[in-house]
Design a protein around this ligand. Structure first.
Ligand code: NAP
Length: 286
């Protein structure tokens, strides 16, 4: 079997085109959409992610506001910048690029973001809304994955989804989204203390790998015909690698996301979709 490639790049282009139309519609009413990013420190990977977010925001017609703090700042400096952006009427959505440098508390800083400007959907209030199945900006990476599944008509109802990873950024919200009413997968959440991981993964109709271990998920983790979503982005000596060993997995899976060009572009597209949604809500609320 040669797996179908689930191109996040293609789906992201479609989502971005729709977002651009909504940004234009707001612009026609005199409302510009602003996305602010906060980057702390000089981590090379984080700088690339932030740059890509700005490019994508500008490409859909948003105003992107780039705030960069040095790695030596105090927690209070990060929180005060976030408070300024909360008060700035030109900012509709913001993201704090995580992780923060050692010694700073990223989750604590996210709590300072106004939930109505939380473009990454990671504020505890919005995560609570997700648990309650109420509308709110959803965490960008898992909601990007949901868009891929929907775009490619991957069936979820009654299917077994194994999610490996339980971070608040990816694994936990992914489990909630796949298990939500209307999506109706039966969800198993695995992590580093899960025994017999390969055989557990072989029960999955949908396998989501979000651990940060390059090429860990070989064909022995994959049930024939499964849909494999590779969230991992790992920098290795021979370039970027996912958590899935693509060549071996593609021989047994029915469909698989590549790295790069899979989940990564969808994270950015979902961030843009969240931001335009927040801007629309601010406009209707006056
Ligand atoms: P994280 O916070 O480090 O969490 C990793 C999770 O994987 C933890 O729950 C950990 O278990 C589990 N884990 C680690 N080693 C394992 C093993 N050998 N077997 C089973 N489980 C294991 O990472 P994250 O933020 O969720 O990110 C995961 C990966 O996705 C990283 O490569 C990251 O770069 C990538 N990522 C990509 C995007 C994108 O846009 N494509 C966005 C975000 C993250 P414990 O909880 O037991 O420690």
């Amino acid at each position: 079997m040669t797996a179908e490639i689930l191109s996040g790049k293609d789906v992201a282009a479609a989502v971005s085109a729709e977002v651009a139309e909504r940004v234009q519609a707001l612009g026609d009413k005199g409302k510009q959409v602003g996305l602010a990013t906060v980057l702390v420190g000089g981590d090379a990977g984080s700088q690339i992610y932030v740059r890509n977010k700005h490019r994508a925001a500008q490409a859909v017609g948003m105003v992107s506001i780039d705030r960069h703090l040095s790695s030596t700042v105090a927690q209070a400096d990060v929180e005060s910048l976030i408070a300024d952006l909360n008060a700035d009427a030109t900012v509709d959505g913001m993201i704090l690029q995580l992780p923060l440098p050692a010694g700073l508390d990223g989750e604590g800083a996210v709590e300072g973001i106004d939930p109505a400007k939380d473009a990454d959907g990671l504020h505890p209030f919005n995560l609570g809304q997700l648990v309650l199945d109420r509308p709110a900006p959803r965490p960008a990476t898992p909601s990007g994955i949901m868009r891929i599944l929907s775009h490619y008509d991957v069936p979820t109802v009654g299917r077994t989804a194994v999610i490996v990873g339980r971070s608040f950024l990816v694994g936990r919200p992914m489990a909630l989204l796949l298990g939500a009413r209307g999506v109706d997968a039966t969800v198993v959440q695995a992590h580093s203390r899960t025994p017999e991981l390969a055989s557990l993964c072989r029960t999955a109709d949908i396998l989501v790998a979000a651990v940060g271990r390059p090429r860990m998920f070989t064909s022995e983790f994959i049930k024939p015909g499964a849909v494999v979503i590779d969230v991992g982005i790992n920098r290795t000596d021979d370039g970027l690698a996912g958590d899935v060993d693509y060549a071996s997995a593609a021989e047994v899976a029915s469909a698989i996301t590549p790295v790069p060009g899979g989940v990564g572009p969808m994270t950015i597209a979902s961030l843009l979709a969240n931001t335009v949604e927040l801007a629309e809500q601010r406009t209707t609320q006056g």
